[in-house]
Design a protein around this ligand. Structure first.
Ligand code: FEO
Length: 406
């Protein structure tokens, strides 16, 4: 069975030896509609080196891929670029099976791996900028703290111009293709953006700095090898450019109207706001939390200029779907958004104020007070909603704003 899994060569001495998870659909609340991969890489240098490992249940798949090119016992070094368990889950078992000479990680990686496994692993911490000789090749390490864990680092193999970037530039996308050049560019752009929106948005400012550091170091790379999704070989400049754009979080002439409704009253208000925005020349994504997933909302927010949120009041609270998506969005810390709250209620009516409070905590620039109505909105309320949409549209028409993503 295990000899069905083969390694894939990505450069002269580097092989992909990861695993494909066709079935995963949830990554801590992020819906992974197309599955994922856990990428590990084997460097056939004088010192044979394994770069990261895979999620624990996929250990045998990784070992089989390694065994398709070398005896796994020949691995001399292991490097852990990122200690999150989708890349370290089987590390102790691999260490036991392979008995490598040395295991390298960042300073924070050594601490984190010990806290995860509670074993005296023989880890050697590396400093930012430190180089490691593999005999005929050299790895250089670049700390990337909080991208997206404190331990995260990149490794750069100069001789083959390969940048091992752990989660950065990755995406959750299971495929039989290993390289970006063999895939649909629209799918790549969508999944890379979804990954950025759901995982990296809180660290956008750090990404801007990191991209500047990488540019200043004048690293030449022909290959970016992330820990999820395809290896970038064809459109490296494209993914770097998109990361710079997403990290800048420049608002565009696009609004996201997200809502939860009990008897369609809040929905009618959402539609009226949408009509006002549309009449004002703004692209709108209208998203009911009965039918949309929180990670799709995060994707749409990535290039939006406004977040307008509404909910009916249920038992003195906003609807559970709205509490869910707002908690998720608040954690992602999107920047540069206008916003407003709205909703209908029967007697107590707390939800719009609660939403307004969350938007304030998110540092959303609020446009007016919440619009609320008892039971069903009348024409006057719908006119106010439409006017709110028009007002936000006017604010989104400042010359500094750019066009939405295609
Ligand atoms: Fe793919 Fe942060 O682990």
């Amino acid at each position: 069975m295990n000899d069905i899994f083969k390694a894939v060569r990505i450069s002269d001495h580097v092989w992909w030896v990861g695993a494909i998870d066709w079935n995963i659909r949830d990554f801590h609340g992020y819906m992974t509609k197309r599955g994922s991969t856990y990428n590990a890489y084997l460097i056939l240098a004088d010192k044979v080196t394994l770069m990261d490992t895979v999620r624990a249940p996929f250990r045998n798949e990784m070992i089989a891929r390694i065994a398709s090119v070398i005896d796994p016992g020949d691995i001399q070094y292991i490097v852990s670029n990122h200690s999150e368990m989708d890349h370290s889950g089987c590390l102790p078992e691999i260490i036991d099976a392979v008995r490598p000479e040395k295991i390298y990680t960042s300073v924070m990686g050594a601490k984190t791996l010990r806290e995860i496994f509670h074993r005296d692993l023989p880890l050697i911490p590396l400093k930012d900028g430190e180089s490691l000789s593999l005999g005929n090749m050299t790895l250089t390490f670049l700390e990337t703290r909080m991208l997206h864990w404190p331990d995260s680092m990149f490794s750069y193999l100069a001789e083959e111009q390969v940048l091992f970037s752990q989660d950065a530039f990755g995406m959750h996308l299971a495929s039989s293709q290993r390289f970006d050049g063999g895939m649909d560019p629209a799918v790549l752009r969508y999944e890379a953006a979804t990954y950025f929106a759901n995982i990296l948005t809180p660290y956008a400012a750090l990404i801007t700095k990191l991209l500047a550091r990488v540019a200043a170091a004048e690293l030449q790379f022909k290959i970016i090898a992330p820990d999820h999704g395809p290896v970038w070989r064809k459109d490296i400049q494209g993914i770097l450019t998109r990361y710079a754009e997403w990290a800048a979080q420049k608002p565009t002439r696009k609004a996201v109207v997200v809502y939860g409704t009990m008897w369609h009253s809040t929905e009618k208000m959402a539609l009226a706001i949408t009509e006002g925005l549309t009449a004002g020349g703004i692209e709108v994504k209208l998203m009911s939390m009965d039918t949309c997933h929180r990670s799709d909302v995060a994707y749409e927010i990535l290039d939006a200029g406004a977040l307008i949120a509404g909910s009916s009041t249920l038992n003195n609270n906003m609807l559970p779907g709205m509490a869910d998506v707002l908690t998720y969005l608040k954690g992602l810390k999107p920047k540069n958004l206008l916003g407003a709250a709205f909703g209908s209620y029967g007697w107590s009516g707390e939800a719009p104020r609660q939403i307004q409070e969350v938007l304030s905590e998110m540092k959303v620039e609020l446009v007016g007070d919440p619009i609320q109505t008892r039971h069903c909105p009348d024409q006057a309320v719908l006119d106010r909603c439409r006017d709110l949409g028009r007002l936000i549209a006017e604010k989104l028409h400042e010359p500094s704003l750019i066009l939405p993503m295609e």
